[in-house]
Design a protein around this ligand. Sequence first.
Ligand SMILES: [Ca+2]
Ligand SMILES: [Ca+2]
Ligand SMILES: [Ca+2]
Ligand SMILES: [Ca+2]
Length: 604
Amino acid sequence: MMKEQEVNRQRQGASLKLLMAICLCGMILFLSANGWAQIRIKNKPRVVPGEIIVKFREGVEESVKQASLQRHNLSFVTRSQALGYLRCKTPAVTAQAINAIVRACKEADSNIEYIEPNYYLYAIETIPAGESFAVKQGAPVIPNDPRFDDQWNMRNSNDADIDASEAWATQTGSDGVLVSVIDTGIDYDHEDLKDQIWRNPGESGGGKENNGIDDDGNGYKDDYRGWNFVFDNNDPYDNNQHGTHCAGIVGAIGNNGKGIAGVNWRVKMMALKFLGQDGSGTTDDAAEAIIYAANMGAKILSNSWGGGENSRTLQDAIQYAGDRGALFIAAAGNESSNTDRTPNYPSNYGVANVVSVASSDRNDQLSSFSNYGRYSVDLAAPGSSILSAQPLGRYQLLSGTSMATPHVAGVAALIWAQYPSLNMKQILVRLLGSTDRKNAFVGRMATGGRLNAANAFFTNPVIALTTDLPYTNNTAGPYTVNTSAVDDGAITSVKLVYSVNGTTSDSVAMTSSGNDSFTADIPGKPLETTISYLVVAADNAGNRTASPTYTFKITTEPPPEEGCCGQNAMSFEGLNPSTRWAVEIPANMAFFLLPLVLLRRRKK
Ligand SMILES: [Ca+2]
Ligand SMILES: [Ca+2]
Ligand SMILES: [Ca+2]
Ligand SMILES: [Ca+2]
């Protein structure tokens, strides 16, 4: 919604204060190869001085709200129409003082549903890259973009790429798919981006672009090419560099003889700027941007930023987008840490549409800076030394989970272009169920794999979101396994196959629980039992796919040290190449797959 001029002035004042604060507490400015300055903010401030977000419970009377605000010395500034929270001014400036008010209100005021600081959020720092690269010739589809040879992430000799060339043989993207890049804005005049920028039809034509009228009644005047939430105007131009780089990965025009090729040669990108020139923004603006994207029909939201604490405001905004069928792709963060233990937001929110993305390098290893987490990170995608677009028509290598994230958003868009009738959940299953499992990622993220665009189009069953049961001391059971499976035709059966202490095995049909989900129970077992299990799905054409194998123990011991990659994978070269990726399994599970191999041979 539009805000009063006074508010704008205050906020610009706040941004200036922030900039000054940054200068005081230490700013490192350095020049990268082609002269672009990068700013890294040290000692990042965590909360917006003088602001608090508060939401009252349903049905609380206006007069009671006013009295409550007065009691806590808060004055109303803006209200979120979609989520109902209020952004308020407080005399408190320091994080300590603001947190004290938040704590006091939580305890004392039962009319308040939640109250929290307006956290600052940051573009996930990018590390300038300057490695040499080796690119292989001879691909299924090689676009004519002159810098394509430098895009190891799309195609390289190690096959650590996302198989973009193979995917492009099937699908190169569609103008009908809308991806929202929620970031520092986009250089919408860039030679490789300008034809991919979303135009709001309700604010286009007949002078609607600049008539000062909210022609489509969405609360934003003249928002014909996205929105700038930092200054509340209709110019989301990128005065940083981060958002343009992310946009180029999602959808730099492919095969146009210029620059690079994005994951999508054709796509529409919605430029939503909530991070300022210094790469910082606020929770309130992020929530507004997310709600804008969802309301205006974006199906994929690409989010290469993070910071703040666990925020109910942000979680509600992400849920709002999920309720409207939009995927929320989020960077896992660049702290080299385990986000199962140290949560990173927004990638850690437990909302079904959130996909958390780690970064991989050209050797298919986890990038040194990348966060990881067996339960909290979903998959890896290339993020080290990625060439993409920069403002003023330039191109540059950058590294970060920021760069990995738009690869995943881009592949989600490709899948949607190929299968336009799929819903968000079905896109999610194809995205997560088609990764290339690698030892470097197994145990460090839920899929144990790196993004693969070509595999996402499989006509065999695709399985994802299988429960990874943790160690437990529960001997009564049952141990419930949920999974999801989709197919280009129809899933005809889903089975849970499990072994007990590596010797006996059982197979049970999984019951459909709707929405492409299936469930089955493993009965309770005594202490010191080890159970391994996998899921096998079959389709109407008789094709079968096996999930990875999961293992847990009934024990009072703590689970083994988290981290990585202990199990030796065994790959079944004899299988159909299109299913081989799915059946790289630990050696002790070979007997489960043997019947599948035999079945397959019998059919021939
Ligand atoms: Ca409008
Ligand atoms: Ca207008
Ligand atoms: Ca191009
Ligand atoms: Ca099929």
